[in-house]
Design a protein around this ligand. Structure first.
Ligand code: SF4
Ligand code: ZN
Length: 310
């Protein structure tokens, strides 16, 4: 009486993935199909998109963002009045980003999607490498990754505005979002707002994360089965960060207790629904929302420019 594991959806015996938190077993084809369905379900559950949106998809060229674009292209077919534009931010990191940008350019043109590449150099007058070498990281007491993230966010906003986007979609996964919530809590940041859920603030392009309910490992598998290129170089500025510690803790915990990530997400979101309060103040220089007088991005840009011009 040999028990053959069958695909929960179609019944074939070529199972490639066991979804431990739900007990489902999936063959390759149903896994790929189901991914699109789950992203669709996430979009409608949180009302992430409107049928007439112009969607700017942040495509770094890594596997997560290429997967997101591929899936959104599929979903967008059902919404003839919506449009997609892919935006790639080039921080100016030798090898690592060069490879990613190449992957992005090739992949996006194969999909036939409009593509805009924007670089730190053209936008700010300096690359991330120059930022790291200017030592502002030390004087602001911020890690290179934090600075990189702030400037990339700004670049994405600028490019999305130029492209006339009504919404920005990023490839943050369930894992990323739970990590960020936990990091904020451990840092004592209590002004938390839900991540990747559409919130309309006047003058601000909302950011959505259609992968917010998809575990990272399933994106990896999706990318692998879809023949999406994986990067061979790693960023030279990655440091062992608090995020890495939290990531490995959460991954280990999820292994032992499948479903933990979902429980964490929903607990955090219940907490934040009560605490989230916009303070409604804007940067004196760029006009983007910030809790400070001058936002972090403007502060960093001024500081790096003054050092580089010397
Ligand atoms: Fe930027 Fe850090 Fe990512 Fe490198 S690892 S691209 S510095 S955020
Ligand atoms: Zn600003």
């Amino acid at each position: 009486m040999g028990m053959v594991v069958k695909c929960t959806f179609c019944g074939t015996s070529e199972v490639v993935y066991v979804r431990r938190y739900s007990g489902e077993t999936l063959c390759r084809r149903c896994f790929l199909e189901n991914m699109v369905e789950r992203v669709k379900a996430t979009i409608s559950k949180y009302e992430l998109l409107n049928p007439f949106d112009r969607i700017a998809v942040a495509v770094s060229g890594g596997k997560d963002s290429l997967s997101l674009l591929k899936i959104l292209v599929r979903i967008e077919r059902d919404f003839p009045r919506a449009s997609l534009v892919a935006i790639t931010v080039d921080e100016g990191i030798p090898l690592y980003r060069d490879e990613a940008v190449e992957n992005a350019v090739r992949f996006i043109s194969e999909l036939g999607v409009e593509h805009r590449v924007v670089s730190f150099k053209e936008l700010y007058g300096f690359t991330l490498t120059e930022v790291v070498e200017s030592n502002v990281s030390r004087s602001l007491n911020l890690q290179p990754c934090t600075i990189c993230g702030i400037l990339r966010r700004r670049a994405l906003t600028v490019a999305a505005k130029e492209c006339g986007a009504s919404v920005i979609a990023t490839a943050h996964t369930l894992d990323d979002i739970v990590q960020t919530y936990l990091m904020n809590i451990l840092r004592g940041d209590t002004r938390l707002t839900p991540i990747g859920v559409r919130r309309e603030v006047p003058g601000v392009i909302p950011r959505i994360a259609p992968f917010r309910l998809i575990p990272e490992r399933e994106i990896v598998l999706y990318a692998y089965f879809s023949k999406i290129p994986f990067q061979t170089y790693t960023c030279p500025y990655t440091e062992l960060s608090m995020r890495d510690k939290i990531r490995s803790f959460l991954t280990e915990y999820e292994e032992l207790f499948p479903g933990t990530l979902y429980t964490a997400l929903s607990s955090f979101e219940k907490m934040f629904a009560r605490s989230s309060q916009e303070d409604g103040s804007f940067c004196a220089i760029c006009g983007e929302p910030t809790s400070r007088k001058i936002c972090r991005a403007c502060e960093i840009i001024e500081l790096v420019s003054s050092r580089i011009k010397k």
